[in-house]
Ligand binder design. Structure first.
Ligand code: DGL
Length: 273
């Protein structure tokens, strides 16, 4: 469990790309005065197609970049890190690290039909962290795990409603929806940006779940006793790949709020294995 963030709190969020911006947006709305530093590992995107060891090494280096830039509390804004590499990230940094995992528990508690679906990356679907989530599901609930190869890539390109994006969502949901699923977990932070499309494909009687609100609550708890900085620290954003395309997609996903990311700078990282 993460401890208490040292004062003054500066939150560093990290993901493979733009997906964590869905969590950045919720955190910023909840804690508007809190300095936020975002790091996107676009040079290694997508994490969902990599091994747990590769993602752990990249995520550790990203976390260390954020700490070097002044972050005192880290948020792994990525379910693939949360299910496959969180312990390694925690071991590599001296600050509290909050992670996110697919909101299976909330969906399982809410379902009336006993059928839920989870849209996740291939890495998440195959990992031990995800198996542990499934093991905790009550026996009367059936979980349809749908590894969505290629779907995070659509979001990373800023293509939220193309025929291909829709086809990927339809392919993932057709069978579980026909079986009576009434809860769908958006188990990757990129997929949160696809909520309108997923809702349209799944139908109005299906409720969507993601882990972002739970992470925001956890961060709020961790910073609730902290002393705000007397110096106004500016938000900043790093990407391990080229800055211009990242900025363009961030603007498409966040609209005017993208300006609050602050300067977006390319910053390569060295992963140690
Ligand atoms: N946004 C990430 C997640 O929540 C990873 C997407 C990817 O890089 O494949 O799992």
């Amino acid at each position: 469990m993460p401890g208490v963030a040292p004062d003054p709190p500066v939150i560093g969020l990290f993901d493979s790309g733009v997906g964590g911006l869905s969590l950045w947006r919720e955190l910023r709305r909840a804690l508007p005065a809190m300095p936020l530093i975002y790091a996107a590992d676009t040079a290694a995107f997508p994490y969902g197609a990599r091994s747990a060891a590769e993602v752990a090494a990249r995520a550790r280096a990203l976390a260390q970049l954020l700490v070097a830039q002044g972050a005192t509390l880290l948020v792994a804004a990525c379910n693939s890190i949360g299910t496959a590499a969180l312990a390694e990230v925690r071991a590599a940094t001296g600050v509290p690290v909050v992670g996110t995992v697919p909101a299976i528990r909330s969906a399982a508690a809410a379902t009336a039909s006993g059928q839920i679906a989870a849209l996740v990356t291939p890495l998440t679907a195959g990992g031990l962290g995800y198996a542990a989530l499934l093991a905790a599901v009550p026996p009367h609930v059936q979980v349809w795990t749908r590894p969505c190869a290629g779907l995070a890539e659509q979001v990373e390109a800023g293509v939220l409603a193309s025929p291909r994006t829709r086809a990927l969502v339809v392919r993932a949901l057709a069978e579980p929806v026909a079986a009576g699923v009434d809860a769908v977990v958006l188990g990757c932070t990129h997929y949160v940006f696809l909520a309108p499309l997923v809702q349209a494909v799944a139908g109005p009687n299906v409720r969507l779940f993601d882990g972002n609100a739970g992470v925001v609550r956890q961060v709020e708890r961790l910073v609730s006793t902290s002393t705000p900085s007397t110096v106004q620290l500016a938000n900043r954003c790093f990407t391990t790949g080229p800055a211009a395309p990242f900025a363009a997609v961030a603007r498409r996903l966040l609209g005017r709020e993208a300006a609050a990311l602050g300067p977006i700078v390319q910053h390569p990282i060295e992963a140690d294995r």
